[in-house]
Design a protein around this ligand. Structure first.
Ligand SMILES: C[S@@+](CC[C@H](N)C(=O)[O-])C[C@H]1O[C@@H](n2cnc3c(N)ncnc32)[C@H](O)[C@@H]1O
Length: 310
């Protein structure tokens, strides 16, 4: 299907959608480094600009609109979150694009905290807004480890289907491929995907294989816990080192933090995907991304619908 991508970042979501056979016809992000990463690895169709400065008429007609609208205002780690947080208002641009372009489907990703924001009122409002724009809407909380991603990252996916395609949802949410209990197959451990990387102090050809010097201290909060080598990684973060930078997860060897490359591998980016920018910017682009492997499963469902149903 033809897809317009808003808040595209480095392109984790877009890469998975492309890998499954879809085409991204237009993409946008405000961040210069993320747009440079996207341009180098995915394509020159990304427009680097504040979405508020984009005229809806300049966005092409499309089958699908996707977007991970910014989540700072929704994050559970942010105790100051409120329904009025102006960063939450960016979703309204996404809503406006859906209302104006009337795509067959839309896919919006967000953090788990969106479900409890305003004691659940925010998500109800968001669903009602999309319904009034002409869509059947489902909201699904996902643990990425259940889809073969070596990370217990929880994210919410809001899927919309144009009411012209029927009042009941024909988009089948991807079936889980992995489970904590081993069913259908076991969760993937962090060690099994990172053990082939040499220490970053040693010479190697791996791209972006450098790490933050932020000290590893176990203080029992996010980013400061022992990493169990035999379990999936905790969530790869996009912020949180206390100085406005990003808190990379400690390596399970306890001696250092994960490199940019290792963080990207946990987010299931391919090894030849190169991140552009200073270290913190690269970590942030990775922490912001939808794991490519999960995005590919979403894309496969769009392809199934296109080929077999529509
Ligand atoms: C959660 S990330 C999206 C990540 C992306 N879906 C991926 O899989 O890689 C949100 C993105 O929104 C971008 N953003 C924030 N404010 C924006 C604005 N006003 N206009 C355009 N992009 C914006 C950020 O730079 C960030 O890259």
């Amino acid at each position: 299907m033809k897809i317009v991508s808003l808040f595209s970042g480095a392109g984790g979501l877009d890469l998975g959608l492309i890998q499954s056979g879809n085409e991204i016809i237009w993409a946008n992000d405000i961040d210069k480094d993320a747009a440079a990463t996207y341009g180098k690895n995915i394509g020159g169709h990304i427009v680097c600009a504040d979405i508020k400065d984009i005229n809806l008429a300049d966005i092409p007609q499309t089958d699908v609109i996707v977007g991970g609208f910014p989540c700072q205002g929704f994050s559970q780690a942010n105790l100051l979150r409120t329904v009025e947080d102006e960063r939450n208002q960016l979703y309204k641009f996404f809503l406006g694009a859906v209302r104006e372009k009337q795509p067959r489907f839309f896919i919006a990703e967000n953090v788990r905290g969106i479900l409890s924001l305003g004691k659940g009122d925010a998500i109800k409002q968001i669903v009602a807004n999309f319904e009034s724009a002409g869509y059947v809407v489902t909201v699904t909380l996902v643990n990425m480890a259940d889809y073969g991603v070596p990370q217990t990252r929880q994210r919410v996916f809001i899927i919309g289907q144009h009411k012209d395609l029927g009042e009941s949802m024909i988009f089948d949410f991807p079936e889980k491929t992995n489970g904590k209990s081993g069913n259908p197959s076991p969760w993937i451990s962090i060690k099994s995907v990172l053990d082939h990387y040499p220490d970053p102090d040693k010479p190697s050809d791996f791209l972006n294989h450098i790490c933050s010097s932020y000290k590893v201290e176990y203080r029992n909060f996010t980013g400061h816990r022992i990493t169990d080598p035999d379990k999936p990684s905790p969530t790869i973060l996009a912020r949180g080192n206390g100085k406005g930078g990003v808190c990379a997860i400690p390596h399970y060897n306890g001696k250092r933090r994960l490199t940019i490359r290792e963080s990207a591998t946990i987010q299931t980016f391919p090894e030849d995907f190169e991140f552009i920018g200073q270290m913190n910017s690269c970590y942030r682009q990775i922490g912001n991304a939808v794991p490519v492997r999960f995005a590919k499963l979403l894309g496969q469902e769009l392809i199934r619908l296109e080929r077999e149903v529509l």
